[in-house]
Unconditional design. Structure first.
Length: 151
C-alpha cells in the first residue's frame, strides 16, 4: 500500500531495485517485476491516497523486506544512490550478509543485502550479528565480480 502511486513509482524507478513496470490499473494499482525475474510480478502497489494514515509505531506489521544484490559493488552503488536521493537510513554487517537500509516516500523501511560466499560463513552459519558495516574492508576482501546470487 502507498499514499501516492506516481510518487512511489518514481522512487522505485530512481532506486537501486531494478524493477520494471508490468502493468498499471485504474491509476491506483501497479505491478512491478525485478529485471530478469521469472515471476509475473515481484511487487504490487495499491495507492490509498494522501489522507491514508500510516500505521502507529509499535503496532503489529511487517518490519521490512530485503532485496539481494549480486556483488559487494552493487551494494556500494546502492548506498550512493540512496544517499543521493535522501533515502539512506543506515548499514549493518550481519556476518553472513552485509546490508543497507533505506526508507521509501511513505516511510516504509527496506533492506538491500549482499551475502558473502557460503564457504566463508563459518560461525555465521547459525548466527547473526548486528555490527557496523566496514564497506571498504568488504570490497577489498571480496572484490570485483565475486557474485553470490543464484539469479
Amino acid at each position: 500500500m502507498c499514499a501516492n502511486l506516481s510518487v512511489q513509482l518514481s522512487f522505485i524507478n530512481q532506486s537501486v531495485f531494478g524493477f520494471e513496470e508490468v502493468s498499471r490499473l485504474h491509476g491506483t494499482m501497479a505491478f512491478l517485476r525485478v529485471k530478469g525475474s521469472r515471476n509475473h510480478h515481484d511487487l504490487g502497489l495499491i495507492a490509498l491516497g494522501s489522507n491514508a494514515p500510516s500505521p502507529p509505531k509499535g503496532t503489529i506489521g511487517l518490519y521490512h523486506l530485503a532485496w539481494e544484490v549480486k556483488t559487494i559493488e552493487d551494494l556500494a552503488n546502492s548506498i550512493q544512490i540512496l544517499k543521493n536521493n535522501g533515502y539512506f537510513r543506515g548499514a549493518s554487517d550481519h556476518g553472513a550478509s552485509k546490508s543497507v537500509y533505506g526508507q521509501d516516500p511513505d516511510g516504509l523501511e527496506f533492506e538491500i543485502t549482499w551475502h558473502i560466499p557460503r564457504e566463508d560463513w563459518g560461525n555465521f552459519e547459525n548466527k547473526a550479528i548486528v555490527a557496523p558495516l566496514n564497506l571498504q574492508s568488504e570490497i577489498e576482501r571480496y572484490g570485483i565480480e565475486k557474485s553470490t546470487s543464484k539469479n
